[in-house]
Design a protein around this ligand. Structure first.
Ligand code: OSB
Ligand code: MG
Length: 376
């Protein structure tokens, strides 16, 4: 397919979260989100969202570095070129530009979305999706007191969520998880996410988590570590799930070789886009390693991309795909994302592209910065 991008419009929108979200490395109150609109020469727009935060406490990417990377290095590679579809974008951007995965991903994913629209098929179908409904999990931030966490977990289970992820850090871990487990019973689908808050010297503390029948322990050790996670996994019964450490299909292969984990949280922004996500998905399927789709407190645009990806067959566990109303008073897409009482989100397979409409009035109202990049 002949595809040429004529213009890229970057917009920064500010969306306040209903409630602050605390992880071990920091608290998020307001999302500063970079939206990417790719306009083809024929005038069709593809949309995506850059998931970088405004402080580099999750990965080195931030909204400001991503903005710079897109306008200075990434957009000039893409604009005005004959692209022949989205599959080549990853290598066009990764042959000599190091890092900036979330910036690369935003542009690459926008090209997939645009391609699906131009072909008149859903993004899910273009990516190889097979599912029409996906199980939803919720990720709950760190609370001041364990009673507040217990209540949130109970509410989430009542709402139908299929998996509840509890953020932990030293001092807010064993006692919190014990309180939750006692309140909800042994079979409730619980897991924890430490966002790098521990080291191997915390082994005794981490081993206590084995007693709580958790589905997995996400990213206990350093954000770029694989070797120590392998040492830790040998000492734990509970599967380790890697998030921050898996930045490419090669890192996923390293995880398998070293035994650093048994499950992968795939976030397309972190790994440089959809092609890389699919490669990780396929590799893990070959090794019988389940993957699931993580979240970065996305708006409805990023959610659309994640839902499409999560419809692939080896996304075998519920994703962090909470509905719009969990995060925002009002989302920036129509319709908003919803979850049914069985904890399922529908994949919009009957609509072209990402399957939701960008609420342009709302986006314009929320935009605080804009830059138009053109093919010259
Ligand atoms: O580690 O998965 C994480 C949010 C920001 C940064 C890191 C993480 C998260 C989440 C949010 O867990 C999940 C969601 O989007 O609902
Ligand atoms: Mg995580």
């Amino acid at each position: 397919m002949n595809l040429i991008i004529q213009r890229i419009v970057l917009r920064e929108v500010h969306l306040p979260l209903k409630e602050p979200f605390q992880i071990s490395s920091g608290t998020i109150k307001n999302r500063r989100i970079c939206l990417v609109e790719l306009q083809s020469v024929e005038g069709t727009s593809g949309w995506s969202e850059c998931v970088a935060g405004d402080f580099p406490n999750y990965s080195p990417d931030t909204i400001d570095t991503a903005w710079l990377a897109i306008s200075k290095w990434i957009a000039p590679r893409i604009l005005g070129k004959e692209l022949n579809g989205p599959q080549k974008i990853y290598s066009m951007l990764n042959s000599d530009i190091r890092g900036h995965n979330m910036a690369k991903a935003a542009v690459e994913m926008g090209v997939w979305e645009l391609t699906a629209k131009l072909q008149g098929i859903s993004l899910s179908k273009l990516l190889g999706g097979v599912r029409e409904r996906i199980e939803v999990g919720i990720s709950l931030g760190i609370e001041e007191r364990s009673e507040q966490l217990v209540e949130k977990v109970q509410t989430s289970l009542r709402q139908g969520y299929r998996k509840v992820k509890i953020k932990i850090k030293p001092g807010k871990d064993i006692q919190y998880v014990r309180a939750v487990r006692e309140a909800v019973g042994r079979e409730a689908p619980l897991m924890v996410d430490a966002n790098n808050a521990y080291s191997l010297s915390d082994l005794d503390q981490l081993k206590k988590l084995d007693g709580f029948h958790l589905l997995m322990i996400e990213q206990p050790l350093a954000w770029d570590d694989l070797v120590r996670h392998a040492k830790l996994q040998k000492r734990l019964k509970t599967p380790i799930c890697l998030d921050e450490s898996i930045t490419s299909a090669e890192r996923a292969e390293d995880m398998i070789t070293l035994g650093s984990g048994k499950i992968v949280n795939v976030k397309p922004g972190r790994v440089g886009g959809f092609l890389s996500s699919i490669a990780i998905h396929n590799l893990c399927a070959d090794y019988r390693i389940p993957v699931w789709c993580g979240g970065m407190l996305e708006s409805g645009i990023g959610r659309a991309h994640n839902v499409a990806l999560a419809s692939l067959p080896n996304f075998a566990l519920p994703g962090d795909l909470s509905p719009s109303a969990r995060y925002w008073e009002q989302d920036i897409v129509i319709p908003e994302w919803r979850m049914d009482e069985h904890g399922m989100v529908c994949v919009p397979i009957d609509k072209p592209g990402m399957g939701v409409q960008v609420d342009m009035d709302r986006v314009e109202n929320l935009t605080v910065r804009r830059e138009v990049l053109s093919a010259d």
